[in-house]
Structures are given as C-alpha cells and as structure tokens.
Design a binder for this molecule. Structure first.
Ligand code: SF4
Ligand code: MG
Length: 317
C-alpha cells in the first residue's frame, strides 16, 4: 500500500495555562502511517491528543520533535511559499462550521477565498469551479447568494466541505466533522463524505469521540490514550479481537446489532490523568484492569503483533 502521511516519532508539547500545570505532552512520540485512499479513524477520550495530532499532520501545529511526511516530503520544517503550496494538499473540516464561515460574506465569497489566497482567480474559471464544488456537496447554485446564517447546520457543513475540496486536496482531516449535527443529518453528511472519498480518491484522518461513527466509516482505527497511540488495526481485525485493555473497554460500549454478540460493558474506574503529569510506565496503568507491577515502570512500545495489528501493552511482549 502507498503511504500518504507518515508520522515519525511526533511529539507536541506545549506550556500549560498556569505554572503549576507545567508542560502538556499532548502528543508524545507517535509513529504511524496513513495509506492513500483510506479512512484512518482515531478514537480516544477528550484530551487524548487526537485533535492536536490531526492538526500537526497538516502543519497547523508544528511538532516539537519528530517528523511528518506528506506524499514523501518532510513537511515538519517547511516555511513560506513551500508551506503554502503544501496547504493545497491537506485540508481540515471542523466540528462547528459556523465558526469558520465569515457571517458577513456570501457563500460565493466564502468559496472564493481559497482561490484568492492562492492567487488563482485570474488563472482558472473560478465561477465554474465554485458551481462544480457546490454540486459536489449536493447544494444548488441559488445558495451562492446566501449568507451562512440563512443555512441549516448540515448545509453549512457542506459548505465547509466544499471549501476544503476547492484546491483538490489529497487528505482531509475531519475533526468531529459531524458531531454537532442531528443524527439524521449526521448520516447524510457521512454518506456524502464516503461518496466524495470514492469519487475523488481522497484520504481521511477521521477524528471523533463518537466510537460508533468512527467504527462505521474507518478502514483502519487508531486508539489514543494520553498522547500515545496504543493500538492500530484494520476495522476487521478490531472486530475480531481488540488486544489492548483500553481498546477493549472503549469498544465494549458500542451497541451490537446482534444481541448475542454484545460484549459485557467494561467500565473504567478513575479519571483520565493529566497530560502534563502522565503516569509512569504504561500511561493506562492507573485504570487498567489487567495491570501488573511492571506496567507502572516500563513503557510498552507499539509493536506489530500480527500483520498490520499494532499494540502497546506488556501483555503481548
Ligand atoms: Fe494494562 Fe499493563 Fe497493558 Fe498497560 S501495559 S495496558 S497497564 S496490562
Ligand atoms: Mg478534539
């Protein structure tokens, strides 16, 4: 399989809000690949670093350490025009479309922005392209003269998607892209994303706190806990077997269609510890039902224990 994005020992540290909180290790030594054409889903509780990781993969955040490769190019230290050119290839869709659509601009003006930023307005037929984009996301041209507040949440998210598609990106980070929408609208937007992926050959890094959604759309899934990737596997592999005790607990919460396949719900005790002061050894040891002595001092490495199935847990050393 072709690798589109490679994260190589990526760390993102930043200063906490006050002196007491010290350095927040939002992403702490994460390495993995995203293949061309796949949906790589990321799950984990809020604060596990999934949004920070997503932004770092497209250089909206600079990694503190490590490298990110996009299509073979190290983008970790790109500057100026090189960085700007890279941005055409990698886009992001956020949870709240209203927050990123200027309320004083019409939809036409909003969709014009990417072309203006990249000085393409004189070079291509932008109006034709904008109409094409609108049709791609299932909206009609009469929406062009509207303002964001005249549209529904689902329509606004479609505009967000259209804008992300404007410059023919290769990868889109979907950060809670459907989380703010009603369930029925959620399904429509998910279908649209799936459809666009097929038609345009896109790759998605799909972040959601909603396991059901991630599980539905992903080819592969990465599970994050406190800044670490603790398990990576294909959907089918995870369906068969989850190795990491945290994955097991997380996925036990997903309702099964077939009641006989319903796993007993595993409730985790305790709070998620702070990413500025993570537990020693395996970060999950303070909540892990299977922890042993070694877990509190040795940090388990993410290792491939079956072809394509990676786990960071001492149970499988
Ligand atoms: Fe649990 Fe130990 Fe495995 Fe961590 S390494 S998940 S604490 S068994
Ligand atoms: Mg988030």
């Amino acid at each position: 399989k072709d690798v589109l994005v490679r994260a190589d020992h990526v760390k993102v540290y930043f200063k906490g809000k006050d002196k007491k909180s010290g350095t927040v290790r939002a992403v702490d030594d994460v390495s993995f690949d995203i293949f061309k054409g796949e949906t790589f889903g990321v799950v984990g509780e809020s604060g596990c670093g999934k949004s920070t990781l997503g932004r770092t993969l497209i250089r909206l955040i600079n990694p503190t350490d490590g490298h990110v490769y996009l299509d073979g190019e190290d983008i970790s230290s790109l500057r100026g025009n090189d960085l700007k050119q890279m941005r055409k290839k990698a886009q992001i869709i956020f949870q709240d479309p209203s927050a990123c659509l200027n309320p004083r601009r019409t939809i036409r003006q909003i969709l014009m922005e990417p072309f203006e930023i990249h000085h393409l307005t004189g070079k291509i037929d932008v109006n034709a392209r904008i109409e094409e984009l609108l049709h791609l996301v299932g909206l009609d041209t009469y929406h062009l003269s509207r303002y964001p507040h005249e549209m529904s949440g689902g329509q606004k998210q479609r505009i967000g998607i259209a804008r992300a598609l404007a410059l023919n990106p290769q990868i889109i980070i979907c950060d809670e892209a459907v989380s703010a929408l009603d369930v029925s609208v959620q399904a429509q937007v998910l279908n649209l994303l799936q459809d666009l992926k097929k038609r345009l050959g896109l790759t998605y890094f799909f972040i959601s706190h909603n396991l059901n959604v991630v599980y539905q759309v992903s080819d592969r899934v990465g599970v994050m806990y406190l800044g670490k990737m603790v398990e990576i596997a294909t959907y089918d592999q995870l369906y068969e077997k989850r190795y990491h005790p945290y994955t097991e607990a997380l996925l036990s919460a997903i309702p099964q269609v077939d009641a006989s396949e319903q796993k007993e719900r595993i409730h985790l005790s305790g709070e998620v510890p702070s990413p500025s002061n993570p537990p020693s050894g395996c970060r999950f040891h303070t909540r892990c039902p299977k922890a042993c002595e070694r877990c509190s001092c040795d940090t388990p490495e993410l290792r491939e224990i079956e072809p394509g199935h990676f786990v960071a847990c001492h149970l499988y050393d």
